[in-house]
Design a binder for this molecule. Structure first.
Ligand SMILES: [Zn+2]
Length: 126
């Protein structure tokens, strides 16, 4: 089960908007992500909230790891910076604390559409 998160609190994706006005409606399916950047942000927030279901639903079936499960993950997601969003690509840096160590992960992600919905395909370190 994803962690419960109040709609009035700042969204974990760091947009500065409330969760209810940002990634919340994407996680519930009420308002699917319109762009790759919106999807990328909502996936970051889903990792922060341990929402395995959402991360899976928004991952291309060909590249999604079959054993993905965020339930026991104790990583803290501490920030997201989007450097560039163009076409099907989004380049970003995520900061997190895993196993007591601060990390910065920079990735250029590629997204594609399946049945009219954006999904994450794969990513490389630029
Ligand atoms: Zn958000």
């Amino acid at each position: 089960m994803p962690l419960p998160f109040p709609v009035f609190k700042p969204c974990p994706c760091g947009s500065g908007r409330s969760y209810g006005g940002c990634c919340g409606p994407r996680h519930t399916g009420e308002r699917p992500a319109e762009t790759p950047e919106a999807l990328m942000r909502s996936r970051y927030a889903a990792y922060a909230l341990r929402d395995t279901g959402y991360v899976r639903r928004t991952w291309h079936p060909d590249t999604c790891p079959p054993d993905l499960d965020l339930a026991g993950d104790d990583t803290r997601y501490t920030g997201l910076t989007v450097h560039r969003a163009q076409g099907e690509e989004v380049e970003f840096t995520a900061t997190l604390v895993a196993g007591g160590r601060r990390q910065r992960l920079r990735e250029r992600s590629t997204f594609t559409q399946v049945g009219g919905a954006w999904v994450y395909l794969d990513g490389v370190t630029p």
